[in-house]
Design a protein around this ligand. Structure first.
Ligand code: XMP
Length: 597
């Protein structure tokens, strides 16, 4: 039957299933409380990570009988700790919190670690750790801060890894998962074509007798969903609507129209609703408030468009290009924590979902799978490989502020952080604004630190990791690109206004053009340009570049681009009227999310 992933609420639970499917083995996510009668055919279980501690009263409940089934098991992060706890070992709160890259010292290259070298780069995100292993287990590997990073009982084929082999930054993680799959003897026969067939059938059953109306942003996800729905139901039963919400990139709407026409879709309409969106977000500064307002306005605009088209709402379902990542980060599965609300997971849509009125053909997939699906369905290559752009668009890249903010209790943190920076020959300040991050499977909303001075990537990376690991009030680190001296900046009042959005649109267009010019569109997976209301005169403000590379968007590395590129964009951005400083985000994910809000 394949591998069952038991979801303990980890941000990576579905990524594990994605990885197993990449190994061409069927994988399915199930609740840990599932009855064993439904799991009898499983070849093995993977226990996901999760935001809890095994000692929490509200730790996810699970069916103890699963552990007595005698099947191979692999516990990851929280799953590793749970295995230990359940089988008679000891879990302890960690002294240091470990986030990001770590070196695994392999003690025994056996079982899941078969074929590994003495030292492997792995990706950690945890607080608790295993202190004493259960009887019958052996320690297979450790890291500097984690004495039992890998353990195994070869006889029972039960393994635990404190790190996340499922993320691509665990360099040989796929081989470790492959080792486990081989140990279970699961059949390797799963394909994308099979997924398409199954999904089209699922869509046909759900939409039986009805039609589907879909908002098409022009991004990869909604385009692929649009195509799949067209294929499954036929053009007559699908209608696409592109809403210009005023938060689009420069020239975006025109491009979407052209691309869809070229792809042969005649069932796409376009409306300009930018005034409406500016109105509902007027005066809002808090990221979640902005996201909610935008999400709800999407639905209102959709309803108005439906009314104008005189489509019967009973006859039409709502289609969405939601990926699994959008659901998980909105706290949309049983045990997951809320990281940020994606626009397709707000209240009104939740209600429609509960009524079975939302069709989401990609809801089990990750970005890389959605792209593979697009290619398999024949969507043009350039459309499939465009950089992703969030639904709320530039609205979540223009940070808003009520003006000067107090920074209580931050002096001490800043002084300590400055000492760390000084060791690298850099100066540091903690900024009076906040951005969203993700650490240990939970959302953070904390301060960025800015470092100034000449930096080598290696030093900047080490300092950034050190700061975010040691100070909970710092979840992001940025580096000053220009001007040479950072102006003494405070926080200016700034909201989602046309002027600010136009400024950000210009800055973003400059950055995208530079990526093209320097041939970096593939190497850099995404490069949000963020407008931050840091200002020395209450008029001008600042821009942050956030180039990252990632395969799955659940984890990401900040890109280390050439001095040539940096000088080129920095010069052009500083020449823009209204921009006084340019920064570069040097934070991996975790601890920072890709977007700032
Ligand atoms: P984060 O910021 O969560 O971003 O690390 C991961 C990926 O998701 C995109 N993103 C969104 N996409 N609606 C979307 O369609 C949203 O509300 C949203 N928020 C983030 C982000 O651009 C990145 O690719």
């Amino acid at each position: 039957m394949g591998i069952i992933v038991l979801d303990f609420g980890g941000q990576y639970a579905h990524l594990i299933a994605n990885r197993i499917r990449r190994l061409r083995v069927f994988a399915e996510i199930r609740s840990p409380t599932t009855d064993v009668s439904e799991l009898a055919d499983a070849d093995g279980f993977i226990l996901s990570g999760g935001p809890s501690s095994v000692y929490d009263e509200e730790a996810p409940s699970y069916n103890r009988e699963i552990f007595a089934m005698g099947k191979p098991m692999l516990g990851l992060c929280y799953g590793h700790q749970l295995l230990c706890h359940r089988l008679g070992g000891q879990v302890e709160p960690g002294q240091t919190h470990e986030f990001g890259a770590a070196y695994l010292q392999v003690a025994e290259a056996t079982g899941v670690l078969e074929g590994m070298d003495a030292r492997e780069v792995v990706w950690m995100s945890h607080r608790d750790h295993v202190a004493t292993i259960p009887e019958g287990f052996r320690v297979l590997g450790s890291t500097e801060d984690c004495p039992v990073a890998a353990m195994g009982d070869h006889e029972r084929k039960i393994y635990g890894l404190q790190f996340h082999p499922e993320v691509t930054h665990s360099v040989r993680g796929m081989e470790m998962l492959e080792n486990f799959v081989a140990l279970t003897g699961a059949e390797r026969s799963w394909t994308m074509e099979r997924y398409i067939e199954e999904t089209m059938e699922r869509v046909r059953v759900q939409a039986e007798g009805r039609k589907v109306f879909l908002l098409v942003s022009g991004g990869v996800d909604s385009s692929v969903a649009f195509l799949l729905l067209n294929r499954a139901l036929g053009e007559d039963r699908v209608l696409g609507l592109h809403i210009d919400n005023g938060f689009m990139r420069k020239g975006e709407t025109a491009l979407v129209e052209r691309l869809m026409k070229e792809s042969g879709f005649a069932n796409l309409k376009v409306v300009d609703a930018s005034d409406d969106f500016l109105q509902v977000t007027e005066g809002l500064a808090e990221p979640e408030a902005k996201r909610l307002a935008i999400g709800e306005e999407f639905v209102r605009v959709r309803d108005r468009a439906l009314a104008a088209l005189e489509l019967d709402p009973e006859e039409w379902l709502l289609g969405q290009g939601t990926l699994y990542t959008d659901t998980i980060e909105s706290g949309g599965t049983e045990n997951a924590a809320l990281i940020k609300t994606h626009h397709n997971r707000v209240g009104v849509i939740e209600e429609l979902l509960a009524e079975g009125k939302v069709v989401e053909p990609l809801d089990q997939l990750y970005k890389d799978e959605a792209r593979e699906l697009g290619e398999t369905l024949g969507l043009p290559h350039h459309l499939v490989w465009r950089h992703p752009f969030p639904g709320p668009g530039l609205a979540v890249r223009a940070l808003c502020s009520e003006g000067a903010a107090a920074m209580e209790g931050m002096d001490e943190v800043e002084a300590e952080a400055q000492k760390a920076a000084a060791r690298f020959g850099l100066e540091l300040a903690v900024l009076p604004l906040q951005s969203v991050g993700v650490q240990g499977d939970a959302r953070t909303y904390a301060h960025p630190a800015v470092v100034t001075g000449p930096g080598e990537w290696e030093n900047l990376e080490a300092l950034s990791t050190e700061l975010t690991n040691n100070f909970t009030s710092i979840n992001r680190v940025i580096w000053l690109l220009g001007p040479e001296q950072r102006p003494l900046q405070g926080l200016k009042r700034g909201f989602l206004t046309r002027d600010r959005l136009d400024l950000l649109r210009e800055a973003d267009a400059i950055n995208m053009a530079a990526l093209e010019r320097h041939g970096l569109m593939q190497e850099v997976t995404q490069m949000p340009t963020v407008l931050v209301p840091l200002s020395s005169d209450g008029v001008q403000e600042s821009v942050v570049l956030r180039p990252i590379s990632t395969d799955d968007f659940m984890t990401a590395r900040f890109s280390q681009l050439s001095r040539d590129f940096l000088d080129d964009v920095c010069g052009r951005l500083l020449a823009l009227e209204g921009i006084e400083a340019v920064f570069y985000d040097i934070t991996h994910k975790p601890p920072g999310t890709v977007e700032w809000e």
